[in-house]
Design a protein around this ligand. Structure first.
Ligand code: B12
Length: 211
């Protein structure tokens, strides 16, 4: 079994210690952090999503797999960050109000760090007011909003509106993402950009800073 397969299976089976050990071994063997993340961790979570949707996995299995994935991600973080040379800008990232999904948001944050950004992680279930406060407190260049539920998507728009109402909208770029979010939705609510995954999010953030 390849090292990537070991990590993939550990996440799929929800074995956090094995996922962590697999990532450690793969790093020692010289695999790149990006390769481990894309093929091992993200690959396995994509399969977890498919198993859930086909009724083979339920919420507990999903949660345990997510935890195993995150324990592997924790080890990768410094390696992804290492590739960043200087702060390309500051990003406040968070999952919107009512939404507790944080794996995609964490991946986006890590890829941004890997691309050289300083990332302020506001966590999950972040209210529009908390996003506004974060922009007021620090020099934030980009606000990155994640939503995984159709029921929490309106809170992405509410956050954009709150930034406008606080007079901050012109000071920051807003990028949005998450499974139900689309480019068309981004345009509709007046966000500056959308990307479908974490790697594209890092490219988008760089492009936003160059504007
Ligand atoms: C893992 C998971 C959970 C875990 C979350 C653990 C955690 N710490 O995050 C747990 C078990 C807690 C959970 C709970 C629930 N979940 Co859930 N969950 C998932 C699952 C299987 C995978 C999500 C995931 O982590 N994917 C892997 C990551 C890497 O992908 P991602 O999040 O999409 O992120 C990528 C991109 O979207 C993008 N991206 C994400 N954020 C951002 C932000 C920016 C700025 C940008 C640019 C890009 C970007 O980049 C990321 C990396 O490439 C999805 C199914 C799926 N296929 O998505 C369901 C899913 C999202 N869940 C769903 C549901 C219904 C729920 C619950 C309501 C279930 C329940 N009955 O309790 C609760 C809601 C809890 C809450 N209030 O938030 C539904 C949503 C349906 C809908 N259309 O609204 C889904 C789609 C499953 C389904 N098919 O029914 N869930």
């Amino acid at each position: 079994m390849s090292q990537i397969e070991t990590i993939y299976n550990a996440v799929l089976e929800g074995e956090a210690p094995a996922a962590k050990a697999g990532v450690e071994a793969a790093l020692q063997a010289g695999l790149t952090a990006d390769q481990i993340m894309q093929q091992g961790l993200i690959g396995a979570m994509t399969e977890v999503g498919r198993l859930f949707e086909s009724g083979e996995y339920f919420v507990p299995e999903m949660l345990i797999a997510a935890r195993a994935m995150q324990s592997g991600l924790g080890l990768l973080k410094p390696h992804l960050a290492q590739s960043g040379v200087q702060a390309a800008g500051r990003v406040a990232v968070g999952t919107v109000k009512g939404d507790l999904h944080d794996i995609g948001k964490n991946l986006v944050g890590m890829m941004l760090e890997g691309a050289g950004f300083e990332v302020k992680d506001l966590g999950t279930d972040v209210t529009p007011e908390e996003f506004v406060a974060a922009v007021q407190a620090d020099h934030v260049d980009i606000v990155a909003l994640s939503a995984l539920l159709t029921t929490t998507m309106p809170n992405v728009q509410a956050t954009v509106e709150a930034l406008k109402a606080a007079g901050l909208r012109d000071r920051v770029k807003v990028m949005i993402g998450g499974a139900p979010v689309t480019e068309a939705y981004a345009k509709q609510i007046g966000a500056d950009g959308y990307s479908p995954d974490a790697s594209a999010a890092a490219r988008l953030a760089k492009a936003m800073m160059a504007e």
